[in-house]
Design a protein around this ligand. Structure first.
Ligand SMILES: [Zn+2]
Length: 282
């Protein structure tokens, strides 16, 4: 039985089920990252649900001390699973968060976490940072945590929640893998804005008509025309496509190339050059 993506979970996670399938593939290859950013506008609860599934699998009594590649689905019945479901597990997850009266996470909180991590534990410890955006998890506490993320204690996993991965400090982000979470309950999340609709129309115009042109020429004409849109409008269009792809879980490489294109646009690379660099449009 697959550890994360057994069929029962398909109903619970619907749009995000492919993330669990991805984690299955990671385990199978013994390649769980040290740290993941659960990124996206979805609710804290939705991210916690995914974190809970990960924690249950890693700590289920049936998986204790097993190599990652041999882990099974969580049983939901052993004491560890039940503790996690009831939020009363004594050792995991460890939560790194700001105090209620403070806007940011304090360096002292990071040090306290590191102290806890330095003690040995029979459990696989999952560390959750519910607000990893730089407005809350700022430079000093983030720097204090870098080494722990980079060279983690054995059997620890960091899960950082962000609303937008562009709000996570680069030093942290470069040490994490990013999992994009799609909101489960929000409707119309992928409704195209007026300008995005316009770009989609232009795409249609060249790609469904003009049968006499080669794909290369169609793309060239398409790029020629949409390069006139503003940087923000292009990013909006990319985001629309990225969300659409995630919902239908087509191609990770296309998502990555669009994310890269967004970064280039943000660093003021000429829009036409950016559009030409997207393999899909070539
Ligand atoms: Zn269990």
């Amino acid at each position: 039985m697959k550890p994360f993506s057994e069929s029962e979970l398909k109903n619970t996670f619907q749009k995000n089920f492919h993330l669990l399938e991805f984690l299955d593939a990671c385990l199978k290859k013994n390649q769980l990252a040290n740290a993941y950013i659960l990124n996206g506008e979805s609710s804290l609860e939705e991210k916690q649900d995914i974190a809970l599934e990960i924690n249950k699998v890693l700590n289920c009594r049936h998986n204790t001390q097993k190599p990652l590649s041999e882990m099974q689905a969580a049983c939901n019945e052993c004491d560890s699973c039940r503790w996690l479901i009831n939020k009363e597990h004594p050792k995991t997850p460890l939560i790194l968060e700001r105090e209620e009266t403070s806007k940011t996470i304090k360096v002292a909180a990071v040090q306290k976490l590191q102290e806890q991590l330095s003690q040995s534990s029979p459990y696989f410890r999952v560390i959750i940072i519910p607000e990893a955006d730089f407005q809350v998890f700022s430079k000093h506490p983030a720097n204090a945590l870098l080494k722990s993320i980079e060279e983690p204690h054995p059997r620890t996993l960091f899960l950082l929640f962000s609303r937008s991965k562009y709000n996570v400090l680069g030093t942290i982000k470069s040490r994490c893998q990013i999992l994009n979470i799609v909101p489960e309950h929000e409707e119309n999340i992928n409704e195209a804005s007026e300008k995005t609709s316009k770009i989609l129309e232009i795409y249609e115009k060249y790609h469904t008509h003009h049968d006499d042109f080669s794909l290369q020429i169609k793309n060239k004409l398409f790029i020629e025309e949409i390069a006139k849109f503003s940087k923000e409008e292009l990013i909006d269009y990319f985001d629309y496509q990225i969300n659409k792809i995630q919902v239908s879980k087509i191609s990770i490489s296309f998502i990555e190339s669009l994310e890269e294109a967004k970064l280039k646009l943000n660093s003021y690379v000429n829009p036409k050059a950016v559009l030409n660099s997207i393999e899909f449009f070539r």
